[in-house]
Write a protein that binds this ligand. Sequence first.
Ligand code: LLP
Length: 428
Amino acid sequence: MTSPLPGHPHIAYQNHASGNALCIEGQPLAALAQAHGTPLFVYSKASMLEALAAYQRGFAGRKAQICYAMKANSSLGVLQVFAQAGCGFDIVSSGELARVMAAGAVASKVIFSGVGKTRAEMRHALGVGIGCFNVESTAELEVLNEVAGSMGLRAPISIRVNPNVDPKTHPYISTGLKGNKFGIAHEETLATYQRAASLPGLRVVGIDCHIGSQITEETPYLDAMDRVLDLVDAIEATGITLHHIDFGGGLGINYQDDTPPAADALWHKLLAKLDARGYGQRQLMVEPGRSLVGNAGVCVTEVLYLKPGEQKNFAIIDAAMNDLPRPAMYQAFHHIVPLAPRADATTLMDVVGPVCESGDWIGRDRDLAVQPGDLLAVLSAGAYCMSMASNYNSRGRPAEVLVDGAEAYVIRARETIADQLRNESLVG
Ligand code: LLP
């Protein structure tokens, strides 16, 4: 019998000779953990492609480019899946540019976001021939004009508008409100476009907005779209043509009782608005990150110790905040499930890592029946986990495996202490 976990069509308990075992695309996670050690990130290629297919369905018959926001998971093997599926990429650094090029990206489908692009990063991106710079300030506009001019080039740009819309998400991942550091204020956009159009080193190609991440409601998107289209009306009335409109990323996933719209359902509504306002045939761009990879990955971890206490029980696992930073950073919830469920009664416990900080918890007040040596899966770990992992406490970052049907590819070897020490030296 197979029972997929809700929201995870390719992650399911399957009956094996030894009992019920959590599998990804039919492969027992315990076998992968045994072969590659823990903590271990495991991704399902089929899940990624299904998440992408929801966007592709939503845009059927339209001119649209999906640019995977690779900050969500920038491992080469993951990038390769999206490059092969025809995606472009949203990047925020020279390092990300080097990664997507190594993964086989088409440079003209790469867009460069971020508030602090350096001159060297601009030169790198211009040299490669990326499709668009999403410019976030007037100061950046002037510098980009100068850098492109010095290379005898014209930089393709779009201006990131801050529409001042509340995405109703965690404050650390809201980006489209007035108090945020991102984008150019709505009121200043027209003047900024006029300035951009007058600069010889720039070529205006589009407009861009991104209001936040883990958005689970439709209304902020619909509101932001109205605000952006009002600007497009005003900008084009001055004779500046915008070749594309980029609506950013931000669509949430189900971590715990979250009910984000499906990408195709959301775009059905957004496209109706675009049609109604006469922009249905315009080239569209989106920059989804989390919604393409978040629920495609799990982190497999071993229970090291149980530590019962008067006020709290703890299960100490071998994954920590350096591997899974979201709970510590955003009080984020990730489901934690056993790979081989026990029949024993469950106990309420905090699931914590070995790092020397009280903030190093992965799950609080979880009802679990576990023993030392048991393996657990931390779910929804495909986005913003490995890409945000660090070496804190001199812990090596985990290995990563990408499962594709019967195949399991190690897309990143476990980081060794030699890897960590490579760039360091003693003083004398
Ligand atoms: N485009 C831009 C300009 C962005 O800043 C972001 C994310 C995206 C696209 C992709 O957004 P997504 O579709 O993944 O929501 N570390 C946080 C999330 C930070 C998001 C930053 N920007 C977390 O773990 O929740």
